[in-house]
Design a protein around this ligand. Structure first.
Ligand SMILES: Nc1nc2c(c(=O)[nH]1)N[C@H]1C(S)=C(S)[C@@H](COP(=O)(O)O)O[C@H]1N2
Ligand SMILES: [Mo]
Length: 515
């Protein structure tokens, strides 16, 4: 077909590079500007956070199941690849004229700006980060594209070579500049002084001395978890791509809504109150049968029952609706938090040190017996007494349950799945039924009789308990299953229930081979 070819087509590698470099430079500029304004204004992270919030249930479930706690790294890398490809696409659309690529960049810039301004914590200045990102990206694209066209123009002298060199030089400079900008943005975002504030908190001593850990609380020598999970190994689940930065001295908790007297708690106020310390087992509703999302720590804090008594809860307020500094929300039954036997806490210390930032520094909630998504608000800043009818929390809006007590469950830790062990290797693991307590654990080998396992010392009913079954197993392949019986008399059933909407259940079993 003979159309009058007026403009030459730019080569694919050239336009791909132009698009990619422009896109990367824009994102980096946005990240740098966000470093000055607020880390959550970074277009890259804002788009990622919006993606997390918009992720459909099945996909989130798949991501956690497949990538576990690496799901964030996977999301961020995936985003980087997709954005890179969009940059390449902007280039490929612009082999003749730069207009289509420019339009794509503007559209993406508008999407990123929308993501930034619709973050729950967005400030009025935040929009400048994506806006300057858009200007940088579009400007660079136009400029590089013009150089590329110049380079293409047929000339007899050395002009082609010169514009080729100019194009390469400008692209390289932009790429290097982008890297520097991104790194600087990252450094600026981390300069908030939160870690310094955490160090400065110093020693927090419980008002009420903690009983020492009794002997024989675990069978870790035989492969069960240790009774206390170190802060480093404690599972972590949240929607945050960047950790919220909140200094203890800036922290405030407003307790309001259906109360007789509103209250604002400061760090100094909180730490001058009666501080109790006790071990609590926490677990995530997303934990699969046999999964790792369960840990135990000594938590120090103020009883929520005391605070709620002080504000005077009105009787219709059946929900305590808490919000963290990044806008995540959580709904907890009021009756659970006011129950004096429950010992729900505002926590400031974990295993003897100030809360690690990723576990909610400076203050979080811990409620024995409830899954984290309905009780464990980290970086907590707001507590509203309201009704379940009036307000829906983050995960409830996404299809998870409104009320979610932790189910009685057990897990085999040793032998490991498909493990190859010697004939006298004990079968050990952990069982939990927070607020109820574990009465008995039974293990079954090769679909035989259920046999009672030995139990570790109970520390309190809110913590997990280890089990161990000793024996001599025949050489060859075996399958072991476990079930727990709690102190209400309930025995775990074989029904395999998936985590959605209120927690997985079913017997955990492992196959292993005796050598
Ligand atoms: N601010 C905030 N708090 C949160 C979450 C969150 O996404 N954001 N996730 C909750 C969930 S689902 C769980 S299981 C617990 C996990 O606490 P951890 O990370 O300290 O183990 O925190 C809860 N608190
Ligand atoms: Mo969770």
């Amino acid at each position: 077909m003979a159309t009058g070819v007026t403009k030459p087509q730019l080569p694919v590698p050239v336009v791909a590079m132009v698009g990619l470099v422009s896109m990367a430079a824009g994102l980096a500029v946005g990240h740098l500007v966000a470093g000055f304004i607020s880390p959550s204004a970074s277009p890259f992270f804002a788009v990622g956070s919006s993606a997390v919030d918009l992720t459909p249930l099945w996909l989130k479930d798949f991501a956690v199941r497949t990538f576990g706690t690496y799901d964030k790294a996977v999301l961020l890398s995936g985003m980087a690849v997709v954005i890179g490809l969009l940059g390449v696409l902007a280039g490929l659309l612009s082999r003749r004229s730069g207009t289509p690529g420019l339009i794509l960049i503007v559209v993406l810039g508008v999407i990123a700006s929308t993501a930034v301004v619709s973050r729950p914590t967005a400030g009025p200045l935040d929009v400048f980060a994506p806006l300057l990102a858009l200007i940088a990206s579009a400007g660079l694209f136009v400029s590089l594209h013009r150089l590329a066209l110049l380079r293409q123009r047929p000339t007899v002298d050395g002009a082609t070579d010169m514009s080729r060199r100019a194009l390469l030089a400008e692209s390289a400079a932009a790429a290097v500049g982008a890297c520097i900008a991104a790194v600087c943005g990252q450094l600026l975002a981390g300069r908030s002084g939160t870690e310094a504030s955490r160090k400065a908190v110093g020693r927090i001593v419980p008002t009420v001395p903690t009983p020492p850990i009794p002997p024989l609380v675990d069978f870790s020598a035989d492969g069960s978890p240790t009774f206390v999970t170190s802060n480093r190994d404690f599972y972590r689940i949240d929607t945050n791509l960047m950790l919220p930065q909140l200094r203890a001295e800036d922290w405030r908790l407003r307790v309001h809504g259906m109360v007789d007297r509103e209250l604002t708690v400061t760090w100094a106020d909180l730490t001058s109150r009666k501080l109790i310390e006790r071990p609590v087992t926490m677990t995530c509703v997303s934990n699969e049968v046999g999964g790792p999302l369960i840990s135990t720590a000594y938590f120090t804090g103020v009883l929520l029952a005391d605070i709620l008594k002080e504000v005077g809860v009105q009787h219709r307020a059946d929900q305590v609706f808490t919000t963290s500094v990044d806008g995540w929300t959580c709904g907890t039954p009021t009756e659970t938090l006011t129950d004096p036997n429950r010992q729900a806490m505002l926590v400031i210390r974990m295993n003897g040190e100030p809360l690690p930032i990723e576990h909610g520094f400076p203050v979080r909630m811990v409620v024995p017996g409830l899954y984290g998504f309905v009780s464990g608000t980290k970086w907590i800043t707001d507590m509203e007494l309201t009704t379940f009818e009036a307000k829906q929390a983050y995960w409830l809006q996404r299809g998870w349950a409104q009320r979610a007590p932790i189910k009685t469950m057990s897990r085999i830790d040793s032998p490991a799945a498909s493990g190859r062990v010697s004939a006298n290797t004990p079968i050990t693991g952990v069982a939990w039924a927070p607020t109820k307590g574990i009465e008995k654990v039974e293990v079954r080998l090769d679909h035989g009789q259920w046999q009672p396992a030995e139990l570790s010392t109970e520390v309190n009913v809110d913590t997990w308990r280890m089990f161990r079954l000793r024996g001599r197993w025949e050489p060859g392949a075996h399958v072991a299953a476990v079930r727990a019986i709690d102190k209400t008399g309930y025995t775990q059933t074989a029904d395999q229930v998936p985590p959605i909407p209120d927690g997985a259940s079913g017997w955990h079993s492992v196959q292993f081979t005796v050598l």
